[in-house]
Design a protein around this ligand. Structure first.
Ligand SMILES: Nc1ncnc2c1ncn2[C@@H]1O[C@H](COP(=O)(O)OP(=O)(O)O)[C@@H](O)[C@H]1O
Ligand SMILES: [Mg+2]
Length: 323
């Protein structure tokens, strides 16, 4: 049995707009999404903002009812068996509140354990175990208000593990964390994975999906546009190399010239402090460099490197301009 099965799931939001001339605006947040997650698998849902990741997770965690299609979690239908599903899952949504800042970390967990009906004799042992698991050992007596964002986010994970669910849904769990906090958080995810938990992780950071996931579904505009292992996805771009050119404000005309070169597959631009990095995807490798430099004549250019494609490049190619 698969831990999660999703069949043609769809969700349309209806929002009323206007006060006097009322009309209903429909937003197709999830158009047609299907995938399966095996037991113990860490499955990444990767996609740009607005792709429909949170809406998908909300339907799977019984917080939203699908407009069409169906899904099972732990073999139970998420609509007909919502109560049963809730007992078997844990979830956290990025940037979520819902901890008591005036209470200590331990007291928060004691509170939620009683709320979830966990037997006190069980939670007495389980709370110190979970605090250690999420790297908060020795900090349980401190008020949560004094925790860093990363510590709060890890306490959310401990909270959602109190009833020992087999299946976890983590929606953009590292959003808003500093790089150290995000790295510590990823280590917690890897620990959970080694305990054979099934994890559905959403993120818009490709390197995070790459580092953690067994398999990834890339979603865009409410549809799955690719699904594979990270290395399988990279094969989509194995014919490409990437020429990275550092510039300091290249003109629009120069960028147009670059885009028009026949061997340029795609051009994307990353802002890094005062610099812009032009990422030129090409099948021509280092031989493309002279022509790229000609197109950029008259522009201030810094370092130029040619490198192998990453998962991010596969993502850019698949999602196109939306990334
Ligand atoms: N409550 C809502 N009402 C109307 N539209 C919504 C609502 N929630 C999300 N949307 C829209 O649905 C689309 C998908 O959103 P979401 O599932 O949050 O995407 P993601 O999590 O991938 O960023 C977006 O266009 C978003 O604006
Ligand atoms: Mg989201």
């Amino acid at each position: 049995m698969n831990a999660i099965e999703v069949n043609h799931l769809r969700r349309v939001y209806r929002a009323q707009i206007g006060v006097f001339n009322r009309s209903i605006k429909e937003v197709v947040a999830v158009d047609d999404i299907s995938f399966e997650v095996k037991q113990g698998e860490l499955f990444g849902l990767l996609g740009p903002n607005g792709a429909g990741k949170t809406t998908t997770v909300k339907m799977l965690t019984t917080l939203l009812i699908p407009s069409a299609g169906s899904a099972t979690v732990a073999g139970v239908d998420v609509v007909k068996g919502a109560n049963e599903v809730r007992k078997k899952i844990g979830f956290i949504f990025g940037g979520e509140r819902g901890l008591y800042w005036r209470l200590s970390g331990d007291d928060n967990l004691r509170y939620f354990a009683s709320l979830y009906g966990v037997d006190p004799s069980v939670s007495k042992k389980r709370i110190p175990y979970l605090m250690e698991l999420v790297g908060l050992k020795g900090r349980g007596n401190e008020r949560v208000g004094g925790y860093s964002r990363g510590m709060k986010q890890r306490l959310h994970v401990a909270r959602t593990l109190l009833h020992d669910p087999d299946i976890l849904f983590l929606d953009e769990p590292t959003i808003g964390l500093d790089p150290v906090g995000a790295r510590e958080f990823r280590n917690v995810i890897l620990d959970l994975q080694s305990q054979k938990k099934t994890i559905l992780l959403t993120t818009h950071y490709m390197f995070e999906a790459d580092a953690l996931s067994d398999r990834i579904a890339i979603i865009n505009k409410g549809c799955v546009i690719a699904m594979d292992t990270p290395s399988g996805l990279k094969k989509h771009v194995s014919d490409l190399s990437v020429v990275e050119v550092e510039t300091f404000g290249a003109s629009e005309t120069a960028l147009e010239k670059l885009r028009a070169l026949p061997f340029v597959d795609s051009l994307s631009i990353e802002d890094r402090e005062q610099k812009q990095i032009l990422l030129v995807q090409t099948t021509r490798g280092a031989e493309a460099v002279p022509d790229v430099m000609t197109a950029l004549e008259g522009q201030r250019v810094g370092r130029v490197i040619v490198r192998e494609p990453t998962l991010e490049d596969a993502y850019v190619r698949l999602v196109g301009g939306a990334a």
